[in-house]
Structures are given as structure tokens and as C-alpha cells.
Design a protein around this ligand. Structure first.
Ligand SMILES: Nc1nc2c(ncn2[C@@H]2O[C@H](COP(=O)(O)OP(=O)(O)OP(=O)(O)O)[C@@H](O)[C@H]2O)c(=O)[nH]1
Ligand SMILES: [Mg+2]
Length: 368
């Protein structure tokens, strides 16, 4: 392990030493690819060595969605979990109070949201320091990540945590790169682009590909992609997670300082201790989770508005809805009656490919 970490450090040092310009672009691209490969090696260690370094904490996923609290020690993650879920996780003024993953549950708009309190991470977590790797592995399983920051600590902390998560293949508030990468049997590296590229050129693309021993491929860009974007696509297994920066302890800063924070994107200022703006935070979490509530209507009865079935806005067909209820339901499916914004008529008869909208009412008609 030490050798992989040493190699990572050497490459990072070399990148820091290398001036960024046209002549060095391909060399930097190559170094970035090497770095991505080494980080992946850290994630999936060979059989020898400590037990499953790439594994997260053993907490069962439950409810409709999972939200994780990530941050440096003593920023107030446990305080926040306690206030939002009523679960007990020890709070103390000293660092590294929480040593394992503590789950709690938030009931919100009829959805059951699992909130995970995680141990504080330290710089270098992605390279194997502390329990950070386990923390970040668990963060990978979350539908939304809350990066908790301390209002009185420097804003550079935000950048450090982002770096840790990025080093582990988590992309925050990003969409997958809009570029095609296709391996071929022959023909060399073919590079095309529909826009002007300021980051990538043929030479850099070739350098990156050669690091992966890929000598024949079509690479086509539809936007000004970076070397990191291309590496993400080649590496695969990147996770794209929405993230909210929760700035805690705002009871310790001035109104002027708060106004500056208010303008930043993806931010939510709170005081966990004094319970300031926790409703605002929940609303934002709900927005970032992007969930769809579907009410069921048994035949001849009123819809059940108390207990919606929750699906993700990316998987919201009638079939997805059926699968959330029971794995065999779709086998018996004949058609569905839908009331709500996804249809024109009330009710409308739809098939299992139909996409539902938030707060639709659905009645499933089974085959006899
Ligand atoms: N002033 C102020 N203090 C807070 C607030 N929230 C938490 N604290 C204090 O900050 C300290 C650390 O809180 P914890 O909730 O234990 O922090 P943590 O992030 O879980 O820390 P680790 O488990 O060590 O990673 C405690 O002394 C809390 O009382 C807040 O909103 N304002
Ligand atoms: Mg804690």
C-alpha cells in the first residue's frame, strides 16, 4: 500500500512542478491518467493486505433514499443528525467523536429518508489515511451528499473535502461528460469535436489512451471537455451525486458574513445547535433528491395520500412504480389508470412504459 501511496505523491509532486501550457498538456494528461489508475488500485486492493479497503460501513440501506453527512471533525455532523432524526449520536467538543456510521431516519412528505452520520474525514482520506476511505466508500452509496462545513473555519476546507471525494470517483453536482469514446480494432486514435477545444488536442488524447494501452479508438466531443473528463469516461465507475454545502454554526458569524454565504450555489446555512433553518435544509435536500410521490388507489376506494410510493425522477415509469410495490407485480399487469399531471384525461388508461409525475394517483388493473 505504501508504495502505491508513494507513487501517487510522486505524480502529484511532478504535476505541481510542471508548468501548464500547450507543450506540456499531453504530459499532464498522461500524469492524470496514471493518477486515476493508481487511485483505482487503492480502491480495489489485491487479495493480500487488509480486509476490503474499498468497503464502506456495514449499514443496511433502508427507506426511499440515502443522504450522507461528510465533513471534517467537529463541524457538527452528529448534532445535525440528532436534531433532524432524533437518533442519538454522541456530540462532543473534541475531534473524532464519531467513529462509525450512525444511521437515522427522516420522515418527509411521506418519504423515508435515511440520514447517515459519518466519522470526520481528514485530508488524504482518498489515499488511505484514517477511516476516510470507508467514509468515502459509504458516501458513494448516497443519493445526496451533505458536505458539512464550519462557518468559522476557512472556506478552503470545502475545496479539501471536494478533492477527497473526487479522488474517489465521486463527481459532485455534475452530469456525466457529454463525449463518446469507442474502442476499435484498428485505425488508430481518431479525434473529432463539434466545438473549439481549449483543453484537449489529439496529442493529449493519444497520451491518455496510451496509458490505458488503447491504440485504436474514436473520441468525439460535443463540448469543451477536459483531460479529467476523458479519463472519467475511460475509467468508468464514476458516481454523479448531487451535493449541498451545509454551512453550520452560523450563530458564530456576523450578518454581513452570512449574506456572502447566501449567494453561493448549492449552499445552505444553518445552526444545528440552535435549530436555525433546518426546515430550509430539508426542503433543499428534498429538491436535490428529486423524488416522485405516487399515490395508490385501490379499486373502489379513495387514494392513499398518507403513504406514497416513492420513485426516482429518473426511473418513474409505471413499471418502476410496480417494481417498488412488489417484484412480481409487473407480471400480472394489464394496464393502469392514472390521474394527475402526467395525463390529459381523468383517469387515463396507460401502459407500463408511461412516465409518471409527482403526486399522480395510480390504479393498477391486473390480468385475471
Ligand atoms: N456554536 C455552535 N456549535 C455547534 C453547532 N453545532 C454543533 N456545535 C458544537 O460543535 C462541536 C462538535 O459537534 P459534533 O456534532 O460532535 O461534530 P461532528 O462533526 O459530529 O464531529 P466528529 O464526530 O468528531 O467528526 C460540539 O461541541 C457541538 O456542541 C452550532 O450550530 N453552533
Ligand atoms: Mg460526530
Amino acid at each position: 500500500m505504501a508504495t502505491v501511496m508513494q507513487k501517487i505523491k510522486d505524480i502529484e509532486d511532478e504535476m505541481a512542478r510542471t508548468q501548464k501550457n500547450k507543450a506540456t498538456a499531453h504530459h499532464l494528461g498522461l500524469l492524470k491518467a496514471k493518477l486515476a489508475k493508481l487511485r483505482r488500485e487503492l480502491l480495489t486492493p489485491t487479495s493480500k493486505g487488509g480486509g476490503g479497503a474499498g468497503e464502506g460501513f456495514d449499514v443496511t440501506k433502508s427507506g426511499d433514499a440515502r443522504v450522507g453527512l461528510v465533513g471534517f471533525p467537529s463541524v457538527g455532523k452528529s448534532t445535525l443528525l440528532n436534531k433532524l432524526t432524533g437518533t442519538f449520536s454522541e456530540v462532543a467538543a473534541y475531534e473524532f467523536t464519531t467513529l462509525t456510521c450512525i444511521p437515522g431516519v427522516i420522515m418527509y412528505k411521506g418519504a423515508k429518508i435515511q440520514l447517515l452520520d459519518l466519522p470526520g474525514i481528514i485530508e488524504g482520506a482518498k489515499d488511505g489515511k484514517g477511516r476516510g476511505r470507508q467514509v468515502i466508500s459509504t458516501a458513494r452509496t448516497c443519493n445526496v451528499i451533505l458536505i458539512v462545513l464550519d462557518a468559522i473555519k476557512p472556506i478552503t476546507h470545502k475545496r479539501l473535502i471536494e478533492k477527497e471525494l473526487e479522488g474517489f470517483g465521486i463527481r459532485l453536482n455534475k452530469t456525466p461528460p457529454n463525449l463518446t469514446f469507442r474502442k476499435k480494432d484498428k485505425g488508430g486514435i481518431n479525434f473529432t469535436s463539434t466545438v473549439t477545444n481549449t483543453h484537449l488536442d489529439l496529442e493529449t488524447v493519444k497520451a491518455i489512451c496510451s496509458e490505458y494501452r488503447i491504440h485504436n479508438a474514436d473520441v468525439s466531443l460535443r463540448y469543451d471537455a477536459t483531460a479529467d473528463d476523458l479519463i472519467d469516461v475511460i475509467e468508468g465507475s464514476r458516481i454523479y451525486t448531487p451535493c449541498i454545502y451545509v454551512v453550520n454554526k452560523i450563530d458564530q458569524i456576523t450578518l454581513e458574513e452570512l449574506e456572502i454565504l447566501d449567494k453561493l450555489p448549492h449552499y445552505c446555512p444553518i445552526s444545528a445547535h440552535l435549530e436555525w433553518n433546518l426546515d430550509g435544509l430539508l426542503e433543499k435536500v428534498w429538491e436535490y433528491l428529486d423524488l416522485v410521490r405516487i399515490y395508490t388507489k385501490p379499486k373502489g376506494l379513495n387514494p392513499d395520500y398518507e403513504d406514497p410510493v416513492i420513485v426516482s425522477s429518473k426511473k418513474k415509469t409505471v413499471e418502476d412504480f410496480c417494481n417498488r410495490i412488489h417484484k412480481d407485480m409487473v407480471k400480472q399487469f394489464k394496464y393502469a389508470l392514472v390521474w394527475g399531471s402526467s395525463v390529459k384525461h381523468k383517469p387515463q388508461r396507460v401502459g407500463k412504459e408511461h412516465e409518471l409525475e409527482d403526486e399522480d394517483v395510480v390504479q393498477i388493473i391486473k390480468k385475471i
